[in-house]
Design a protein around this ligand. Structure first.
Ligand code: TXA
Ligand code: MG
Length: 338
C-alpha cells in the first residue's frame, strides 16, 4: 500500500470519506497530536486501529466529532458539563460520559462510558464534517512510541500500512488532550493536558486528579501502560541537578556515545557547549516542543539526557506527566494513557 500525505482539499476529503465508509483507517491532523481514525460505528474498522498500533485491547479510544455534531445521540450529558463544553470546545479537552451504546463496543473496550473530543484543528473539522460520523482515533503512533506532531512522524510509524494522512502542518498543542471523567458530580482528570485542572475548576468549582488506588480497576485503562518512549537510551535528572547532567553528558561522550540534552531554555543557555534540544521558556512552548524533540533525539543521539523543568502546576502537569513517562520516571506520577 502507498501512503499519501495530502492537505485538505475537496479531492482529499472526498477520498477520506470514501476510505472511512469502506472501513479503512485515515490519519489526520489535530491541534494536539495526529490521530489514527476509523468509523467508530464499524467493528472491523475499530479493530483495525488496535491492530495497526499494537494497542492493548483494554485501552479505549476517543470518538472525535465536528462542532455541529449532536453528541446526545451518543452519550448522556449531565447538566453541569455544559459549561465546560461552552468554554473549552472545540479544543484539547476530551470528556468521558455515560455511553448510549451507539458506537462499536470495541471503542470503549466494554466500559459503560464513551469519551468524546471536538478538535479545533481546521483540518480535523473539515475531515469530521466530510464524514459526518464519530471517528474513533488514538494518537497515530505505534503503541508506546512517542506521539506524532507532524505528518512525517505518522509516516515514519505507518508508511505502507495506511492509505492517507491528512496533513495540517505541525500540531501546535504538542501533547494529547486533557481527558476528563464527567460521569460523577465532580470532574476528574484522567490525563492532564492543555486544559488544566485550574481552568476546569474555575468553570465548575472543583476538579481533581484521578488517582489509582491499590487493587482498584483503573477508570482509564491506559494509565497502566508505559508510554511515549523514544528509541534511544534515556537518563533523567531533577531540576536542581543540572550540573550533574552536564557531567554525565561529558562522560557519555568520553564513552563514545552521542548524547543530547533536553531541558528548558534557561538551562540550555547555561551550557552553550553542549548540544541541547531546547524545550523553550513557557509551559505552552514546552508542550509544543516535547514530542518533536523526543523524535529528533531518537534519530540523532544514542543517549538522551533530560533535565526536569522547574515550573509546576497548570500546563506543566501535562508536560511533566509525558516527560516523566518518556524517561521511565512515571511510577508515582501517572495520570494517563497510549
Ligand atoms: O489529543 C488527543 O486526545 C489525541 C488526538 C488524536 O485526539 N488522541 C489520543 O488518543 O491521545 P489516545 O488513544 O492515544 O489516548 C486516549 C486516552 C487513553 O489514555 C485512554 O485510556 C483514555 O483516553 N480513554 C479513552 N476513552 C476512555 C473512557 N471511555 N474512559 C476512560 N478513559 C478513556
Ligand atoms: Mg496515545
Amino acid at each position: 500500500m502507498i501512503t499519501k500525505i495530502l492537505p485538505v482539499s475537496p479531492r482529499s476529503l472526498a477520498w477520506a470519506k470514501e476510505l472511512i465508509e469502506s472501513g479503512e483507517v485515515v490519519a489526520f491532523h489535530t491541534e494536539t497530536v495526529y490521530g489514527l481514525g476509523a468509523d467508530a460505528t464499524n467493528d472491523a474498522a475499530v479493530k483495525k486501529v488496535f491492530a495497526l498500533k499494537g494497542r492493548p485491547a483494554d485501552n479505549p479510544l476517543i470518538s472525535h466529532v465536528h462542532t455541529e455534531y449532536d453528541i446526545t445521540r451518543l452519550v448522556e450529558t449531565p447538566a453541569w458539563t455544559k459549561r465546560l463544553r461552552d468554554r473549552f470546545l472545540p479544543g484539547p479537552l476530551t470528556m468521558v460520559y455515560p455511553s448510549k451504546g451507539k458506537v462499536s463496543p470495541f471503542v470503549s473496550c466494554g466500559l459503560p462510558t464513551l469519551s468524546i473530543r471536538v478538535p479545533s484543528s481546521p483540518t480535523a473539522q473539515a475531515f469530521l464534517r466530510a464524514v459526518d460520523l464519530p471517528i474513533a482515533a488514538p494518537s497515530a503512533n505505534r503503541s508506546k512510541h512517542v506521539s506524532p506532531v507532524t505528518a512525517q512522524h505518522v509516516y515514519d510509524d505507518f508508511a505502507g500500512e495506511i492509505p492517507l494522512i491528512l496533513d495540517g502542518g505541525p500540531s501546535q498543542g504538542g501533547i494529547e488532550s486533557t481527558v476528563l471523567d464527567c460521569t460523577g458530580s465532580v470532574p476528574l482528570i484522567l490525563r492532564a493536558g492543555l486544559v488544566t485542572r485550574e481552568m476546569i475548576a474555575s468553570e465548575v468549582g472543583a476538579c481533581e486528579f484521578y488517582t489509582l488506588h491499590e487493587g482498584e480497576r483503573p477508570k482509564s485503562p491506559g494509565m497502566a501502560y508505559k508510554h511515549y518512549a523514544p528509541a534511544c537510551r534515556t537518563v533523567f535528572f531533577a531540576a536542581e541537578n543540572a550540573e550533574e547532567a552536564a557531567q554525565r553528558y561529558a562522560q557519555e561522550e568520553r564513552d563514545g556515545e552521542t548524547p543530547v540534552l533536553m531541558c528548558e531554555h534557561a538551562v540550555a543557555e547555561r551550557y552553550p557547549a553542549l548540544r541541547a534540544l531546547d524545550l523553550g521558556n513557557t509551559p505552552e512552548e514546552m508542550a509544543s516542543n516535547l514530542y518533536a524533540h523526543l523524535r529528533t533525539a531518537e534519530k540523532t543521539a544514542t543517549v538522551l539526557i533530560g533535565i526536569d523543568p522547574k515550573e509546576r502546576g497548570g500546563v506543566m502537569d501535562g508536560v511533566r506527566n509525558r516527560m516523566l513517562r518518556a524517561f521511565g520516571q512515571d511510577a508515582k506520577e501517572r495520570h494517563d494513557d497510549a
